[in-house]
Design a protein around this ligand. Structure first.
Ligand SMILES: Cc1cc2nc3c(=O)[nH]c(=O)nc-3n(C[C@H](O)[C@H](O)[C@H](O)COP(=O)(O)O)c2cc1C
Length: 168
């Protein structure tokens, strides 16, 4: 898919079929995250790929937003390992870029995904035994779209150009 088509066609999917995501596709999605840039190339990231029934059940314990997806990623970042300046750490930014790359690759593969911020951070750390230094920043639920899935009406409600941008 060319980039403009990809950007225009992607939308948040909140309904999935039971079909598993092929291992080759899972690896391509992770590879896209691995290729994502990070500040100073520090790569302060750790990705958990939940594919087993047990780990997906754990996702349901910490988030109401799996929507039946058979694959869930938890993208974590370390504040200490990330580039920082004057009290600012790029860890959330780095994790978000990684999540974005992964989300776009799912669309490129014809799969659906939803970026999820609605999860219990502390419980996620506990349930998945995530090392202290890493903070779960985002989740990405992935799967084959359920038949009839379409974007919400709000999907196309974007700020108009003149409101968004100021040419200087
Ligand atoms: C940082 C972030 C957090 C989000 N968290 C959730 C979430 O917890 N649950 C959910 O259903 N969608 C979540 N979304 C999806 C957004 O609601 C969705 O991207 C937005 O409504 C625009 O729709 P579109 O992706 O179809 O263009 C999140 C998206 C982003 C970027």
């Amino acid at each position: 898919m060319d980039f403009e088509t990809l950007v225009n066609e992607r939308y948040t999917v909140r309904g999935y079929s039971e079909e598993k995501v092929a291992k080759t596709d899972i690896l391509k999605i992770i590879e896209a995250g691995r290729r994502a840039p990070s500040a100073k190339n520090n790569q302060p990231l750790k990705i958990y790929a939940c594919v087993s029934d047990g780990s997906l059940k754990k996702i349901d314990e910490v988030s109401p937003c799996r929507y039946g997806a058979p694959l869930a990623f938890i993208i974590c970042a370390s504040k200490d390992k990330a580039w920082s300046k004057e009290g600012y750490s790029s860890y959330e930014t780095d994790a978000s870029i990684c999540t974005t790359y992964m989300m776009l690759e799912t669309a490129n593969l014809g799969l659906g995904s939803v970026w999820v911020g609605m999860f219990d951070t502390d419980k996620t750390k506990e349930v998945f035994n995530i090392p202290e230094e890493f903070t779960p920043i985002s989740m990405l639920m992935v799967g084959h779209k359920k038949e009839g899935t379409k974007p919400l009406p709000t999907h196309n409600q974007r700020k108009i150009m003149t409101e968004l941008v100021e040419f200087l």
